[in-house]
Design a protein around this ligand. Structure first.
Ligand SMILES: C[S@@+](CC[C@H](N)C(=O)[O-])C[C@H]1O[C@@H](n2cnc3c(N)ncnc32)[C@H](O)[C@@H]1O
Length: 203
């Protein structure tokens, strides 16, 4: 189930570990023209905009309205009419949009899920799995512990981990077990001892 991403990729001097994680997570979405992507915790919307150039519809949701304003302005500049940004959270994804109407086939959670504690992550993953059409895929690129985080304290800044103040990464096994319980076939790529990409498929 686990595979390690080649060291060469993660040590490229121009790319940070979060950037590498973003690129790998995006690739592993395997977007196709007919896909409808939900990007949860879309932030400034960069991945949503990239995806909107490939697939037929993209919905970016975030808990932070300021980020959504920035993302919406960018989308306007890019003249993309297949992209919607709306207020929504992991806890309440349908706050502004009835997402069940959108035939969502792919979901991305990039560096966002780690803001939730374990129990809430599990609940959220169940909710997202229900919103997903079959066949469908969820990709999580995020902080997740493959090893004891204390051994990697020196690298917390480099991987954008605040040490537990507002970031609550899970053990990778916890995430894979949750997804497994919801019926997914799960694959994991380790990018750093504390960062990885999980691909969960429902057939
Ligand atoms: C580090 S940013 C990542 C943004 C984007 N996914 C990216 O990779 O560029 C984390 C994002 O998660 C959002 N976020 C935090 N908690 C959230 C929640 N409970 N529900 C939805 N979004 C949340 C934040 O507002 C922020 O935009």
């Amino acid at each position: 189930m686990f595979d390690k991403v080649a060291g060469k990729e993660v040590t490229t001097p121009r790319q940070s570990i979060p950037e590498v994680t973003g690129d790998i997570a995006f690739q592993r979405l395997g977007l196709e023209a007919e896909d409808v992507l939900l990007d949860v915790g879309t932030g400034a919307g960069d991945k949503a905009i990239r995806a909107a150039r490939i697939c037929c519809r993209v919905i970016g949701i975030d808990i932070n309205r300021k980020s959504l304003e920035i993302a919406s302005k960018k989308a306007l500049q890019e003249k993309l009419d297949n992209l919607i940004f709306a207020s929504g959270s992991f806890q309440e994804p349908c706050r502004e949009l009835d997402l069940a109407q959108y035939r969502i086939t792919k979901i991305l959670a990039l560096y966002s899920l780690h803001h939730l504690p374990d129990q809430l992550k599990k609940k959220t993953l169940g909710t997202l799995a229900q919103l997903l059409h079959r066949p469908g895929r969820i990709v999580i690129g995020d902080l997740m512990f493959f090893q004891d985080p204390h051994k990697h304290r020196q690298q917390f800044d480099e991987i954008h981990y605040d040490g537990g103040d507002t970031d609550f990464p899970s053990r990778v096994e916890y995430l894979t077990e949750c997804l497994d319980q919801f019926g997914a076939k799960v694959q994991v790529a380790q990018i750093h001892p504390l960062v990885g990409v999980i691909v969960a498929d429902w057939v």
